[in-house]
Each structure stands twice: as C-alpha cells, then as structure tokens.
Design a protein around this ligand. Structure first.
Ligand code: OOG
Ligand code: MG
Length: 257
C-alpha cells in the first residue's frame, strides 16, 4: 500500500505558513493518522532547517482542558520550536505575517539533565534548572482554526512564535500558581498552572515520553513549553500582551499592525 505523501503535505503546510495563507484540512483526504502526521511534522521542520533555522526546543499542546475544549481535540500533542520563532521578551511581531494569530499563557522549563535516547520514562522534576513565564503565539495553518488530531500534529501543533520571560529557580508550589493573560492591561484569561496536567512538570515528563517515541529528545540549552494554562485569545494589531505567572513574573509581547 502506498502511504500518504509526507513531503507533499509538509510542503503545503510550509507554504501556508510562509505566505500566511490558510489551507483546508488535509488529514482525512490524505489518510494521515497521528504517527504519519508526526512524520509530516518532521519534514515540515526539516524544510525550516534546510533554510538555516536551528531547533531550540520542544512544546506541548493540549495539556489543559481549556485548550482541548477550545479546539475540540482531546489528546496531548508535541511540536518543535526553532530560533526564528523566538521573540525577545518585550519585543513585537508583525501580525500580518500570520493567518489568525492567537496568544496563550505558558510556563517554560530549562533542564539540567537531559533524557538519554531510549531512557525509560522517568520523572524529570529534579532536572528542572529554571522556570519562566512565557507567551506562545499559535497560528493554525488551517482555515477557521479548525482541525483534527493528525491535522494539528502535522502542522507542528500550530506553533508560530514564542516569548520567554525571566528565568527563576523552581518556586514552591509550582503545581498551583495563578496565571493571567492580559491584553492592553485588561485580564483576558485567568487560570492556574494546575490546569497543565495537574502540574506543568507532568507535561515535561509526558513530552519527553511522547517525543522519545519518535526518537526526538531534548538537547542541552533547549527550552520546553509545557502548554497553555488557559484558552488562547486572538491577537489584534496594536495589542500589548502580558502573561503573568504568580512568583515567576511576566512575559510580554507587542503586536504591530
Ligand atoms: C494547538 C496547539 C496547542 C497548547 O498550548 O495547548 C498548544 C492549537 O491550539 O492550535 O500550543
Ligand atoms: Mg501552546
């Protein structure tokens, strides 16, 4: 049997991102299942590496019920982050480079100890060197931000840009810190780090396990985004966004027209 056209699907998703032009869903039409979709994601990322981008981390998706409910997909997923997706804390992005950008508040980790390839699933809680408030900008390449599980996996879990705030040592009570997403000084979303699989460190263990299944592991200096604690909010031109995590501080992002 001939499988899905991995390279062709990756190209369609890559062009959609490069030109900020939405496309229709493609998993059903091309017979993609979740495993085949991760192969498309690999090809999509390779396309970025081929033009000089560097991998700088991994991200989790749909680790909170709020996110699962917002997009109607109820499985935890993971994707890759490259250097050109990173925006300096307090920096700004041009919204016209995206299709229908949304922002969401996250928690980022830096690790001291890295998982070995094939290492049995462990608890990486003690390996966390530092934690930071973060903003993820997601931008599904699918029209109306509507997709199935394999669609969103293939699309690198809607990853588009991210901001990491100041790093701190792990504070007490990391499993239940208040989280706010503010747009132009007004609270747009309220949540807790508890929404992220009960403890964002659980998202780390889960990410290491899930990515490891595909032969992908965290590397020295990479960041890890644990997934949004609340639903995402559309990013309008001119908006100023802050993600505030209790005890960790703030990450901020501006949107130019
Ligand atoms: C999928 C990506 C989800 C998160 O933090 O849950 C994600 C999407 O919502 O388009 O990044
Ligand atoms: Mg996210």
């Amino acid at each position: 049997m001939i499988g899905p056209d991995t390279a062709g699907i990756a190209e369609r998703l890559g062009v959609a991102a490069d030109t900020a032009t939405a496309i229709g869903q493609l998993a059903a039409e091309t017979g993609l299942d979740a495993d085949a979709a991760y192969a498309v994601q690999t090809a999509l990322i390779q396309r970025r590496l081929d033009r000089g981008e560097r991998l700088v981390g991994l991200k989790m998706g749909l680790t909170s019920k709020a996110k699962m409910a917002q997009v109607g997909v109820d499985e935890v997923i993971w994707g890759r982050l490259t250097d050109t997706m990173r925006v300096a804390d307090g920096g700004s992005i041009d919204v016209s480079a995206f299709i229908h950008p949304r922002v969401e508040p996250e928690v980022a980790f830096l690790l001291d100890r890295l998982p070995e390839l094939g290492e049995p699933v462990g608890d990486f809680t003690d390996a966390v060197r530092a934690v930071a408030p973060a903003i993820e900008l997601i931008d599904s390449r699918y029209a109306n931000f509507t997709f199935s599980l394999p669609d969103v996996i293939a699309d690198n879990t809607s990853a588009a840009a991210f901001v990491i705030g100041p790093w701190s040592p792990v504070p007490d009570g990391l499993e239940n810190l208040g989280v706010l997403l503010e747009i132009d000084g007004r609270v747009a979303q309220v949540g807790s780090t508890a929404a992220i699989l009960g403890d964002p460190r659980r998202a780390l263990d889960e990410g290491i396990r899930l990515a490891g299944r595909h032969g992908v592991r965290l590397r020295e200096g990479w960041v890890f985004l644990a997934g949004a604690a609340t639903a995402a909010v559309p990013l309008r031109p001119g908006a100023h966004v802050r993600a505030v995590v209790e005890k960790l501080g703030t990450a901020s992002l501006g949107a130019s027209a």
